[in-house]
Design a protein around this ligand. Sequence first.
Ligand code: PEP
Ligand code: MN
Length: 341
Amino acid sequence: MILFLKKNTSDTQVENLVKWFDDMGIESHLSKGKFQTVLGLVGDTSAVDISLIEGLEIVETVKRIQEPFKNSNRKFHPDDTVVNVGDAKIGGKFFQIIAGPCSVESEEQICSIAKQVKEAGATLLRGGAFKPRTSPYAFQGLRAEGIELLLKAKQHTGLPIVTEIMDLSHLDLFADVDVIQVGARNMQNFELLKQLGKTDKPILLKRGLASTLEELLMSAEYIMAGGNENVILCERGIRTFETYTRNTLDISAIPLLKELSHLPIIVDPSHATGLSKLVRPLSLASVAGGADGLIIEVHNNPQCALCDGPQSITPEAFGDVVSEISPFLKLLGKEGLGGLV
Ligand code: PEP
Ligand code: MN
């Protein structure tokens, strides 16, 4: 971190500032030029509050040269992280698809979709039990029963299950869940992230509706700082001025996050636009962009889905998506999808 000090700063003020950093255990180097005095902070400055320093009377500007995220930073961990979920590996050369309905609706529904998506190449099953709905009058999910039904589908198919947690008080219900999803709306629920950091469960962390990539990585940092390194990032579209789509898929997030971080990144082409017809092309685009996987909403009868029907594809259409992306995955040297690639 580099601090540019104001011109009229006295020697005593500079000395006080150096001592202030010293007392915090931060080493600094002073460089006094004819026109500009610059103070460089050395070492780990991730705990330094940049806005506090910017607010100091003698400071003109501050430039951070090191990112504030440490555990998730590729600089300190050059190799790709591979997250293991049962037999499925996500990250590095391994590509997986999580598929299933937006919400678990009944035993018959979740078990039949699980069977169909598995046959098509999905290696993990998704299904919302606790649903974050904009309206309190909309279907809120089957809650604890939904998790029970997901576990039944797991029993039948062997697919590990992915489901969203909305509140810390429900954590005990997630004991047998394989991947805990933190949804877009909870990306910055820091108390939740801290507690999930104390578990050893893989966490699927979705990007907030209006969050920057740095904010996403800082949220991953909350989980990792607690000791849980099993974080999978998810780009699921962000809010823009566009009205044709529910969100706008930020494809650039994939290569950028790959450069900044060693964590796997998967894409959710369903929530990214809210339109089932765009799932196929955006899945292809995500593969081309370097994603480590996809999470796709699949429903046996999208017109009657209790949540997110317009963006859900049928099991047949899901099979087509897998067939279309498979040759490209092979070209890229990826492995996964239960041996399909
Ligand atoms: C979901 O996966 O069903 C969901 C609610 O996703 P998001 O948090 O990305 O909106
Ligand atoms: Mn959904």
